[in-house]
Design a protein around this ligand. Structure first.
Ligand code: 5CA
Length: 169
């Protein structure tokens, strides 16, 4: 194989990422998922691997609001102000999901949680800060897979609500 003069076909995506690719294709955006050589487990790692601003990384963070898992697509440049967001979203207090709860709600593991490709649709907020970036990157089911998108597209993909989520200055 090594002596072949041409580049081999790309390896198939991991199962978790195929699920994400399927959800994207079903929404009219096929062929978006990219596999990275470097790990992109955190926003900082993803920004470095993709050579983009950390704020352009959309972290898919799972919280529990009461008993209901919810998704907050958050710019990597700041943390979620959970109290302010729960008030704005008019939902019960938000608390960080455990790794097991993340897995149950999304079918994905922390470090690779994607905005879509979950067993059922989660109530979703898209961080207003993401609208400041013409191109946003989100995880695609594993720490080594991502896809390029925009805040507007994330709203369309998730049926989410656009709200500020970061700390108020
Ligand atoms: N692949 C990148 C983005 S392309 C990524 O998944 N980033 S992330 O921020 O969404 O995933 C890491 C996040 O998982 C951390 O920001 C943190 O909020 C969350 N996390 C890490 N450890 C835990 C834990 N033990 N329990 C709950 N959440 C955790």
């Amino acid at each position: 194989m090594e002596s072949e003069p041409y580049t081999s076909a790309p390896a198939p995506l991991p199962a978790r990422s195929r699920e994400v690719a399927r959800a994207l294709a079903a929404a009219g955006i096929p062929g978006r998922v990219r596999e990275l050589a470097e790990s992109a487990r955190t926003a900082a790692e993803a920004a470095s691997a993709l050579r983009c601003e950390v704020g352009a990384i959309a972290n898919s963070l799972v919280f529990l609001s009461g008993d209901q898992p919810v998704l907050v697509l958050t710019s990597g440049r700041h943390k979620v102000d959970t109290a302010a967001l729960a008030a704005r979203w008019e939902r019960p207090a938000l608390r960080r999901a455990t790794p097991e709860q993340v897995r149950e709600a999304t079918g994905q593991a922390i470090g690779g949680v994607a905005p879509v490709g979950h067993p059922s649709r989660l109530p979703t907020v898209v961080d207003e800060a993401l609208t400041e970036y013409p191109r946003v990157w989100a995880a695609a089911g594993t720490p080594h897979t991502v896809f390029p998108t925009t805040a507007e597209e994330l709203l369309h993909l998730t049926g989410g609500l656009l709200l500020p989520v970061g700390p108020t200055p």
